[in-house]
Design a protein around this ligand. Structure first.
Ligand SMILES: *[C@@H]1O[C@H](CO)[C@@H](O)[C@H](O)[C@H]1NC(C)=O
Length: 368
């Protein structure tokens, strides 16, 4: 009897022990699970934080990008602008050239004068202006008549130009330096009116405009402090802005010392385009009404001075913190032909960097 009881007792003990063991095992595994969960939670949280950080950076970057630039920043927005153009603000004053008074006298001058001297004289005889910002010049009869006529006639076709690299300038086609025309495929060269003539005429213009004498003349005129701002590189860009292109008010990259732009309207250019395509100069207040207001992008601010987009004319200005300028939206199927010369204080011109993201500073301050 006692042995039986003893056996039962032992059995019970064993059961109890087993139960304890299981409890212990359960608690242990539960503990283990909890720890791993905690660990996992830490890893997940860290990854989530990292993702959020990347996301926020990207969002901020794109927000920043679109808010500092014009509406033509993303392809979808660009589509919008091609269909729905921004309303341009009122123009307070158009700046044009008095073309009526040029008679035979000037023509005589043109025959005798070397083309470079002619261009230099055009710059030297113009008046320096300081409103809305200091300082800029409007240029009239820039080239001798014959050279200008040939430059317009043999302006490179759009097919030969490549979209500008900066994302905001997708509707701006350009070619840097006349020499790069020589690298075009033979089939492309055949699309030119006369490729040889194009290179001949535009090389002549390039030689004049990139000359040291011309730079000195422009810099002297605009009172550029050359000790502070030494020229390290320059641009010569034959450009075409097509329908949908837009460039809201911006001051230009601080890497730029001087911007010089010349106009090449087509012979059959509409009168309305002569008023529309010209560059506008803005006051700081006008710029701020544009920059501070997201909705304002639908409407461009009023424009203080606007150059007329006339043949053989152009302008140059000293780049500063307040050299605010811009271009109204180009209507569909239009081509705005220009020549852009930039002098930089950096060894590399703006907008030449490769990669997905353009230099953030170039974006903030704008280019061209
Ligand atoms: C093209 O221009 C070159 C250089 O001015 C000239 O010699 C040539 O005759 C022109 N070709 C045509 C087909 O007009």
């Amino acid at each position: 009897m006692s042995t039986l009881m003893h056996q039962r007792h032992l059995l019970l003990l064993e059961k109890k022990h087993r139960r304890n063991e299981t409890t212990w095992f359960v608690t242990k595994s539960a503990l283990k699970k909890g720890e791993t969960r905690k660990k996992n939670f830490h890893v997940v949280r860290r990854r989530l934080l990292l993702c959020c950080l990347i996301l926020v950076t990207l969002v901020l970057y794109s927000r920043f990008y679109s808010s500092t630039k014009t509406t033509a920043t993303s392809p979808s927005k660009m589509q919008q602008t091609t269909t729905r153009r921004r309303r341009a603000g009122t123009v307070k004053e158009f700046v044009g050239c008095n073309d009526d008074k040029d008679g035979n006298e000037d023509d005589e001058d043109e025959k005798e004068m070397d083309a470079k001297d002619f261009v230099l004289r055009s710059i030297e005889t113009t008046r320096v202006r300081s409103k809305p910002f200091a300082s800029y010049v409007h240029l009239c009869r820039v080239f001798p008549r014959k050279l200008y006529r040939e430059m317009t006639e043999y302006f490179p076709p759009k097919e030969a130009l490549a979209p500008a690299k900066l994302t905001s300038h997708k509707l701006r086609y350009k070619i840097d330096r006349v020499g790069s025309l020589l690298d075009l495929p033979e089939a492309m060269k055949k699309t030119f009116k006369n490729f040889t003539k194009t290179v001949e005429v535009w090389s002549k213009a390039e030689e004049i405009l990139l000359s040291e004498r011309l730079r000195e003349t422009v810099f002297r005129k605009l009172e550029v402090d050359e000790v502070e701002k030494k020229t390290r590189s320059k641009d010569f860009r034959i450009q075409m802005d097509v329908g949908g292109f837009t460039l809201g008010p911006h001051p230009d990259s601080p890497k730029k010392i001087v911007t010089l732009m010349l106009y090449f309207p087509k012979e059959e250019e509409e009168e309305s385009n002569k008023k529309l395509f010209g560059t506008c100069l803005y006051t700081k207040e006008q710029y701020e009404t544009f920059a501070d207001n997201d909705e304002g992008k639908e409407v461009l601010p009023s424009c203080e001075k606007k150059f007329l987009f006339e043949p053989n004319t152009g302008y140059a200005f000293k780049v500063g913190e307040e050299s605010y300028h811009g271009v109204d939206d180009i209507p569909p199927r239009c081509e705005r032909r220009t020549l852009l010369i930039n002098w930089y204080s950096t060894s590399k011109p703006v907008g030449t960097q490769s990669g997905i993201f353009p230099n953030i500073w170039d974006i903030i301050r704008g280019d061209a």
